[in-house]
Design a protein around this ligand. Structure first.
Ligand code: 9D3
Length: 229
């Protein structure tokens, strides 16, 4: 998969996407990630990319010109252009799965108070938020989307990791887990887990996952969102 990112803060992307699983995916050629500085498409010597909203109000907006020219340069026939903004539909595991089927993504990150509406109307195929809290810009959300999508690409996870992902979760939270030692600072691992009785262990885990999900995330047990994890 090819992912292009358009941002005012390209340096933010250096660390997180050069570690661990994403690093491996890039080395293997499964992810071709390129981060582009929106200021490269600014028109003046001050590299202006923002301006005041018509009608007044607080803050600045991204000017449409540089974004249009950047997107028109970077996008290809198959590219899904995705805006990151607090007004987008809420990103979840189903959307990650949907995006993982694409060959080309162009993530356009928001800065300042947001986008000129014509960017939405004329350029965006989709608009995503990563949740209901206010961040300073769309760079971290773009990295979140890249991370969630990349681990779903064929060949990125080992067979072990992938099949664990498939057989577990099923829209529920994880059951409690323990490793050695069986007793740590007076706290014992449940006997059933140490017992080696696999039928009983299975039963215990299913029950624990159900109780934990019902208590902490009852929304996950509703039919409409069941498949989110
Ligand atoms: C109208 C007041 N603000 C909306 C809540 C304006 C605004 C604040 C912060 C506009 C953009 C931002 C920067 N955030 C993003 O660009 C962003 C974001 C987020 O803040 N939370 C969750 N997901 C996302 S995706 C992009």
């Amino acid at each position: 998969m090819k992912i292009d990112v358009l941002t005012l803060f390209p340096a933010m992307f250096a660390g997180p996407l050069d570690e661990s699983i994403i690093k491996r995916a890039r080395k293997k050629g499964l992810l071709d990630l390129n981060v582009h500085d929106l200021r490269g498409w600014a028109h003046d010597r001050h590299k202006t990319v923002d301006d005041r909203p018509f009608g007044g109000g607080p803050g600045m907006l991204m000017k449409p010109g540089p974004i249009f020219e950047a997107v028109e340069t970077l996008r290809r026939e198959a590219t899904r252009v995705i805006l990151l903004s607090p007004a987008g539909r809420k990103f979840d595991q189903n959307i990650a799965r949907e995006l993982a089927e694409q060959t080309d993504l162009l993530l356009v990150t928001g800065h300042y108070e947001g986008f000129d509406e014509r960017v939405r109307i004329a350029l965006a195929d989709d608009e995503l938020s990563i949740g209901d809290y206010v961040l300073t810009n769309g760079a971290l959300p773009a990295m979140v989307v890249i991370d969630a999508v990349t681990r779903l690409l064929p060949g990125v996870l080992g067979d072990d990791e992938s099949s664990r992902d498939e057989s577990f979760s099923h829209g529920m939270l994880e059951y409690p887990q323990y490793t050695r030692p069986a007793e740590f600072r007076g706290m014992k691992a449940p006997d059933v887990l140490v017992s080696g009785n696999h039928a009983e262990i299975e039963k215990w885990r299913r029950e624990q996952a159900r109780v934990r999900t019902a208590e902490r995330r009852p929304d996950l047990l509703k039919p409409t969102t069941k498949d989110n994890l």
